[in-house]
Write a protein that binds this ligand. Sequence first.
Ligand code: NAD
Ligand code: MN
Length: 502
Amino acid sequence: MNLVDIQQAAGLSKPIRHQLFIDGKFVDAESGETLATLNPHDNSTIAEVALAGKADVDKAVAAAQRAFPKWSRLAAADRGRILLRLADLIEANGEELARLESLDTGHPIRDSRNLDVPRTAACFRYFGGMADKFQGETIPVEAGFLNYTLREPVGVVGQVVPWNFPLMFTSWKMAPALAAGNTIVMKPAEITPLSSLRIAELMAEAGLPDGVVNMVPGLGSVAGQYIAEHMDIAKVAFTGSTATGRRVIQASAGNLKKVQLELGGKGANIVFEDANLVAAVNGSAWAIFHNQGQACIAGSRLILHEKIADAFLEKFIPLAKSVRLGNPLDASTEMGPLTSALHRERVLSYVDVARAQGGEVLAGGKSPGGDLANGCYVEPTIVRAASYLDRVAQEEVFGPFVTVLTFKTDEEALQIANGTDYGLGSGLWTANLQRAHKFARELHAGMVWINSYKRVNPGSPFGGVGQSGYGREMGFDAMREYTQVKSVWVNVDAQIPPHFAR
Ligand code: NAD
Ligand code: MN
């Protein structure tokens, strides 16, 4: 099929964007190289997308540098207005964006429509409104002086985005950066560039000046690494694996650029004996199976009180087995394929890892056959581990793969929950108010959900501790991340004794 046929088959009326977006124009890579982006439902090629190399990143950085002075000095409200217009355009083009995202990533269309697109619009809208509300301070210093702070944009920021939520993460990264007055060189993941490229086009339509946002899909080891190293990039914001995050820090050392990292997780999802079991079962399925478990905040460790473990699993296992796997573009699909064949192999390899350490597979553990055999599908998988120190209870699998552990006491639950190097999201289900807040305090995590899981909102700080990275997306914290403080001293009428009187 050619591009036009693929578009029609997916119900897209707008052309699929497959070139780099630099200085307000769609252009080929300097090298002429392209990389096929695939539909994970059947591994067919959707488009050959221009592959950015170092020369393209240099061009993008130069464009972002040229755009910076004017963009950063625009009235904050005027920057905000463009983001608000963009949010409207995302909604107006919502169905197209949802289809494109589902086609490229495998997100079930009902999620792309009801979660990814509205959340993307909401994020741009929130930071559009934020642009002129984020402000400095005046500080009561010694008599005769006025001291105030300016929150200045950092400059050209590099943003490296992963493949699990390409559309939504585009907004999480760009919205606060733009509201604060930065200009951007963004590298989408090489396997899922399409929705970000479409957003770039909508940004131009919303009135974003040329060069303010540049989109350079390319290989992580080439374009991503080069962004992290680049001497003219003032900050790099990265979402992805902890191993790559470590590489980004090392690469950033050349010009001491600011670094913000949102890395992996191994979310603890604790169900106490007094929990509402129906709510906990449903919430736990959402925690791990939404987006095929490809979420840094997935509730991938199900930590059950031994008194209710059997009753819980009696409901949870059949629920997992009943999840409707299928073509992401089908509205009844509850779980689509993983986003790449390579990743499917990685996820499935953990079934052997589990068995090798005495783990028991309670559901799934394989790819479905039949119509789905050519896609990157993995069945919802539940594994009971012998110990919380086993690899399947420690390492991020990043798939529809949940590890079950049991505990007897609150102390033991906390020890298990905090027993990894990660510290991103975690949650607990209980009717006991005191216990809930005590765990909220004691959990080693950037986010805690009580009697729910995986809630996100543009106003609520998102990020981790430990090897889940540092810095926060969303909310006022994101604006702090994308600005630096300047302290200004004014002598109003201070009487200063001369230090070097002659
Ligand atoms: P990755 O961390 O290598 O890729 C994420 C992004 O980083 C992509 O855009 C990639 O091109 C880029 N990248 C790769 N190498 C780079 C480098 N040296 N410098 C700068 N950027 C670079 O992740 P992956 O290999 O696609 O997936 C591996 C594992 O990472 C997954 O199984 C999962 O555990 C984890 N992961 C986590 C998240 C998250 O949301 N925290 C997202 C994706 C993957
Ligand atoms: Mn793809």
